[in-house]
Design a protein around this ligand. Structure first.
Ligand code: DAT
Ligand code: MG
Length: 150
């Protein structure tokens, strides 16, 4: 199975109608979307999602923003997608992110950085399971897509 990751279009990006542009970046790279849903994240889910940051001073504000309005949660797949999707997103603080990245092109703030992407195989597995049941993840027939395995 190709590597999979959780990508979230966060409330700031949804409110700014940037979902299509963000999805295009991943499509254009050659990745496949295999699950998606629009939802408002509960306080409890936000705390689980950002559990690794629970002791940081920005945790409360981070969870509050994340659960403030609708997000789009997605599972994407492709070669080396965890590392490559984080390159596509750019540096964590949007004001530091390079032009050509999602955060660098569409945000000039610090923490309102539009997108989330898992940062390791372990966190991808944990995060995907927070948002999707196994039967909600589509099975692409990629048997003829030889370019995917190049
Ligand atoms: P990333 O989203 O690039 O994986 P992260 O996991 O380190 O970054 O942090 C999660 C989110 O928390 C990030 O998207 C923005 C916010 N954040 C991180 N560090 C912060 C800080 N020092 N002050 C305020 N917000 C911060
Ligand atoms: Mg992170």
């Amino acid at each position: 199975m190709p590597e999979q990751t959780l990508i979230i279009i966060k409330p700031d990006a949804m409110q700014r109608s940037l979902a299509g542009k963000i999805i295009s970046r991943f499509e254009e790279k050659g990745f496949q979307i295999v699950a998606s849903k629009v939802m408002v994240v509960s306080d409890a889910l936000a705390a689980k999602h950002y559990a690794v940051h629970k002791d940081k001073d920005f945790f409360e504000g981070l969870c509050k923003n994340f659960s403030s309005s609708a997000i789009m949660a997605m599972v994407w797949q492709g070669n080396n997608i965890i590392e490559l999707s984080r390159k596509i997103m750019g540096a964590t603080f949007a004001q530091d992110a390079k032009p050509g990245t999602i955060r660098g092109d569409f945000s000039c703030t610090k923490g309102f950085n539009l997108v989330h992407g898992s940062d390791s195989l372990e966190s991808a597995k944990y995060e995907i399971a927070l948002y999707f049941d196994e039967n909600e993840i589509a099975d692409y027939d990629l048997s003829n897509a030889r370019w995917l395995n190049d």
